[in-house]
Design a binder for this molecule. Structure first.
Ligand code: DGJ
Length: 375
């Protein structure tokens, strides 16, 4: 009997550690096991491609509602085919030091990594909320590493562009004094927000930076795109040459447009963003924006989703648009189906970006699909 028990236990342990991954398709919304057979834990994520491998970074969540706070850090997985992911462990650990901005119990969201060819460093940026302060700090944090999967060393957290006016902001508006008692959502208040009331309020300490993504343009310049001004206006801010700070150059995108969850890609010389509205963890209709350059004039186009649940982005919220290597015009829309009551069980919605005859991107639901879709 003892022998049978031992045999069964060994069999169980061995099969656990040798979980064979052989996925050949994406199944949006389903449990997505990693190489240990455990559901991938990389929420609000983004993907870096480096030397033949994709690296997926995301928020490591834990069970329950508390799981929305950072208890562990930023999780990294690697893959060569985008279907099967190897657990690379925690790329950035939260700190045990109660005085650290990234102490256990802070909020770390939407981590994204880019590689700097000059410094040969991997640079990780993330939305940071300080422990016990809800979502009021609205900071962005930065960390660096010598290898893609880390470990990353935390450098600092800040509110970007302190003491800097947005590009093209008129002298008249720079001098304007805004009343601080305007009632929210009145015409007067909306006009004041459009004119930069919150930019003024946060001028000294730096601008708010919540939901974020990163983008490297054709010329190697990197941009930090974040929900600012109480989530009412997106800011696109240029990063320094080493990608670890802000140059002070930034634009405001669609003031009062209430966009968060920015994701961005470029096709045929046009830049597209897919964002969401602001309804907390609940899904809402995605928005497609277009511009001729990163720092150009962004315009709202339409809801890019079609078909059933198009107004809920198929029960998800954008996080990143992943260019598939080796295929022309192949982009994957990555989104999160949040489960705030049990954060660790959040699901991933990956869908191919499709294009209408006139080039406008769109998204439609697929129960299952694979990369041959792009052939
Ligand atoms: C929506 C954001 O997109 C998420 O990243 C997260 O911050 C939730 N709001 C929190 O309610």
């Amino acid at each position: 009997m003892k022998f049978v028990k031992f045999f069964l236990l060994s069999f169980f342990v061995l099969s656990f550690f040798s979980f064979k991954q052989d996925s050949k398709s994406f199944k949006p919304g389903e449990v997505w096991p990693d190489d240990n057979g455990v559901h991938i834990n990389a929420h609000g994520g983004g993907v870096l491609f480096f030397e033949g491998k994709y690296y997926w970074f995301g928020e490591h969540k834990v069970e329950g509602r508390r799981g929305n706070q950072a208890r562990v850090g930023v999780h990294c997985y690697s893959s060569e085919d985008l279907y099967n992911w190897k657990d690379e462990g925690i790329a950035l650990n939260v700190s045990d030091d109660p005085d650290s901005p990234i102490t256990v119990g802070c909020v770390i969201e939407r981590p994204k990594v880019i590689f700097n060819k000059n410094t040969e460093k991997f640079v990780l940026w993330f939305h940071l909320e300080l422990k016990g302060q809800g979502y009021s700090a609205a900071q962005t944090g930065v960390a660096v590493a010598d290898t893609p999967a880390g470990p990353y060393t935390f450098l600092k957290a800040l509110n970007p562009n302190a003491g800097k006016w947005p590009a093209g902001y008129s002298d008249e508006l720079k001098k304007k004094a805004f009343p601080n008692n305007l009632e929210g959502w009145t015409d007067e208040w909306l006009k004041a927000v459009k004119e930069g009331m919150f930019v003024h309020r946060d001028f000294e300490k730096g601008q708010m930076a919540r939901d974020m993504t990163l983008y490297i343009d054709e010329d190697g310049t990197a941009y930090h795109i974040h929900a600012s001004e109480e989530n009412l206006t997106l800011h696109i801010a240029e990063l320094t040459e080493d990608y670890t700070d802000f140059t002070g150059k930034y634009i405001r995108v669609l003031p009062t447009g209430h966009n968060e969850a920015p994701s961005i890609f470029r096709r045929n010389g046009k830049y597209y963003m897919i964002t969401s509205g602001c309804t907390g963890w609940d899904p809402n209709a995605a928005r497609l924006l277009v511009s001729d350059s990163v720092m150009g004039e962004w315009e709202y186009v339409e809801n890019p989703c079609i078909g059933e649940d198009k107004d809920l982005t198929f029960h998800s919220q954008s996080t990143f648009i992943l260019p598939v290597q080796g295929k022309k015009d192949a982009f994957i829309f990555m989104a999160d189906r949040w489960r705030p009551q049990n954060a660790i069980d959040g699901r991933y919605i990956w869908l191919p970006v499709q294009f209408k005859k006139d080039g406008t991107p769109f998204l439609e639901w697929k129960d299952e699909w694979d990369l041959s879709f792009f052939d």
